[in-house]
Design a protein around this ligand. Structure first.
Ligand code: IPD
Ligand code: CA
Ligand code: CA
Length: 268
């Protein structure tokens, strides 16, 4: 599996350099949906990643966000987000990444998240740990909800249906703070290296979280859906954290799911 990870890391670095080039030039955006942005850089990065994967692993299946994947009955399937954080990118807010992960026989085997602005490559292989630029990373030791720094995100598509603002408010009251970076794959990578203690989000796509979930698990953390059930790439929501915080987060989420709020939402 090591050579898959090395190849994925090389491809992510190459695609990251391409993204950085577009970022310096500043690119315009188009809309895929009402508030769902896509840029020339998303498409160029996806073309590069898919071409490289196809030339290294011609038989493997590829699921890629912008539709340029490859179907195959192979046991090996790549998940590709050629630019995670497109809204940040389009506004020149310097937080975005390219991420790819390999699933083998239904299990995530390897994954990378590359941030070309900070030149940070997060990489994990199943059973072999998680790394940031070749140094081993571990999740944080924070054990109390009220001492934790947590992160979430909001969907671009059908955002009017999102219930996340209720969770955001409660967690903003119960923790050191809630961050919303606009880049789910980096959020998960940051949980893996201890910069964040926890992350939750509703409605992510498989390519947003395939590599990040593996990073968290390999760094000693834990993930499930937000109600404690095993998490699948098609689950409706995700909670990933340092493991110590899993129960306290599930507890407060359980209260919110059942309409019980620790702190009422203030009126205007
Ligand atoms: C988005 C980002 C964002 C998350 C959204 C994703 P994209 O991915 O990861 O943080 O909140 O749900 O769709 O569209 O920039 O690849
Ligand atoms: Ca994404
Ligand atoms: Ca994307």
């Amino acid at each position: 599996m090591a050579s898959y990870l090395e190849t994925a890391a090389d491809i992510a670095r190459e695609a990251g350099a391409l993204l950085a080039h577009y970022f310096e030039r500043r690119v315009g955006f188009e809309l895929k949906g009402e508030f769902d942005l896509v840029t020339e850089a998303d498409r160029a990065s996806e073309k590069l990643v898919v071409e490289r994967l196809r030339s290294h692993f011609p038989g493997h299946a590829i699921v890629a966000e912008e539709g340029g994947g490859h179907s195959s009955s192979s046991d090996y399937r790549w998940y590709v987000d050629p630019l995670d954080g497109t809204t940040n990118f389009a506004h020149t807010f310097p937080l975005f990444n390219v991420t790819l992960a390999l699933e083998h026989a239904g299990e995530m085997a390897a994954g990378v998240v590359f941030d070309p602005v900070r030149q940070e490559l997060f990489a994990a292989e199943r059973g072999a740990g998680a790394y940031l630029n070749n140094r081993r990373i571990r999740v944080s030791q924070t054990a109390k909800l009220e001492d934790s720094l947590v992160c979430t995100g909001f969907p671009s598509r059908r955002r009017h249906l999102s219930v996340n603002i209720h969770f955001y408010h409660q967690l903003a009251m119960a923790t050191h703070g809630v961050r919303r970076t606009g880049s789910a794959a980096l959020d998960l990578a940051y949980v893996a290296c201890g910069r964040l203690d926890a992350f939750w989000e509703f409605g992510l796509n498989p390519w947003d979280m395939a590599a990040g979930r593996l990073l968290v698990a390999e760094a000693g953390g834990k993930y499930s859906d937000m109600q404690g059930a095993p998490h699948h790439l098609s689950s409706p929501h995700l909670l990933a954290d340092n493991g110590h915080l899993h129960s306290p987060y599930l507890e407060i989420f359980g209260e919110i799911f059942s309409g019980r709020y620790r702190v009422p939402i203030p009126g205007l």
